[in-house]
Design a protein around this ligand. Structure first.
Ligand SMILES: Cc1ncc(COP(=O)(O)O)c(C=O)c1O
Length: 420
């Protein structure tokens, strides 16, 4: 009896070993953790009670907790009470009412191009999904490359590369003086071959927090028009830059006025706090209604084999808010409150850093939006993580949305310690 059990165990071990050696998946090497999202994993494992996560760009209350906008709570209640809501599939292009409201949010309710039916628009899996659909569409349309600012949001590059495009960079930010290198940017734009797509951050540039001024946007628009370049706006922070969501669409609306047939990808993750709901839109301005229909058909053909159709819940929340005047006003106020808390934290962090130190931290209050591009070196970032359990990305980008009145002094003391 015993020998039977032993021999069965031996043979099952042998089978397991054989199965392992014959694995169909052994060609996959362990990949590196994601430079941004991977920080959450290390953060979760850290048992330091003072640990701070200023890596991922997600807004936190002053208690360091995830925040649901009251207008979103209200929209949830309204939607829950509707017994007409169901869980059927959306169409490939998403919820048409959401798409209409999202495009009006970016281009303006009175936008001529929307009224003329010249805009092809679809709901997407938030900003990331919209960027990927755009990458695929560009590749399909014969584009071989795309230009992005240097630096840019880390995920832009793999998204576009995975879509089969070559990613090239135009100069944007000078780390030496923590400022926009505008003249170099313009010079680079002038050298880009015509009909090339150029990605621009609509506002609150990630990671630098430095946006062009209104005059500089005008010049960029002119240079791009003269060079016959195709602007592609990534609008992930509408409301976080100035605290005024319509005002943050300034650059997009001005480019449209200037006659650019541009494209825009919108994310509703940050401004509406709907991160996990994956709410976004992609739109392309075309010459006329019939061209818009053709482009829309290609967008749908791109989406269908990729993920078939987008999720419903978050888009319905945004539609409920943007479809109601009072809720829209509430949203704008609540978004402004988030922007204002972040700005207060900028001032407090800079003040605390400058107390007793001789480094210049002026850029922290000069920058806008969710991030402070601190200028910390990667070595200093590692020291912050290892010695103080403060997690930010290796390029020194600090999510100001994670800084609170409770941790600002801890963060500034730690930064002073690693930079002395
Ligand atoms: C510039 C930029 N674009 C797009 C996104 C995409 O975000 P999501 O996919 O959550 O909408 C982000 C997120 O951090 C971003 O910073």
């Amino acid at each position: 009896m015993i020998s039977k059990v032993v021999s069965r165990t031996l043979s099952s071990n042998r089978v397991a070993k054989y199965a392992r050696s014959m694995s169909n998946w052994s060609q996959y090497e362990m990949g590196p953790p994601d430079p941004i999202v991977g920080l959450n994993e290390s953060f979760a494992l850290d048992d330091n009670p003072n640990k701070v996560n200023v890596g991922v760009g997600a807004y936190r209350s002053d208690d360091g907790l995830p925040y649901v906008l009251p207008c979103v709570r209200e929209a949830e209640k309204i939607n829950m009470s509707k017994d007409t809501l169901n869980h059927e599939y959306l169409g490939i292009a998403g919820d048409p009412n959401f798409v209409k409201l999202a495009l009006e949010f970016a281009y303006g309710e009175d936008s001529g191009v929307l009224k003329e039916g010249r805009v092809a628009g679809v709901q997407t899996l938030s900003g990331t999904g919209g960027l990927r659909v755009m990458g695929e569409l560009l590749k399909k349309g014969g584009h071989k490359e795309i230009y992005v600012p240097n630096p840019t949001w880390g995920n832009h590059i793999p998204i576009m590369k995975n879509a089969g495009l070559e990613v090239k960079k135009y100069r944007y930010y000078n780390a030496e003086n923590s400022d926009l290198e505008f003249d170099n940017m313009v010079q680079d734009l002038k050298n880009i071959p015509e009909k090339t797509v150029v990605l621009l951050h609509a506002c609150a540039h990630n990671p630098t927090g430095m946006d062009p001024t209104a005059e500089q946007w005008q010049e960029i628009s002119k240079v791009m028009k003269d060079g016959n370049l195709i602007p592609f706006f990534d609008c992930a922070y509408q409301g976080f830059a100035s605290g005024n969501a319509p005002k943050d669409a300034f650059a997009i609306r001005m480019f449209v006025e200037d006659g650019h047939n541009l494209a825009t990808v919108q994310s509703f993750s940050k401004n509406f706090g709907l991160y996990g709901q994956r709410v976004g839109a992609l739109s392309i301005i075309t010459n006329d209604e019939s061209e818009a229909k053709k482009v829309l058909s290609q967008m749908k053909m791109t989406i269908r084999p990729m993920y078939s159709n987008p999720p419903k819940h978050g888009a319905q929340l945004v539609s409920t808010i943007l479809g109601d005047k009072q809720l829209t006003t509430d949203f704008i106020d609540q978004c402004a409150d988030m922007a204002s808390r972040i700005n207060d934290m900028r001032i407090q962090l800079r003040t605390a850093l400058e107390e007793g130190g001789d480094r210049n931290w002026e850029h922290i209050t000069k920058q806008i939006g969710m991030f402070a591009y601190s200028g910390l070196s990667s070595e200093e970032v590692v020291k912050l993580r290892e010695n103080h359990s403060i997690y930010c990305t290796l390029d020194g980008r600090i999510s100001m949305a994670g800084v609170t009145t409770k941790n600002v002094n801890y963060i500034s003391d730690a930064i002073k310690e690693v930079t002395k």
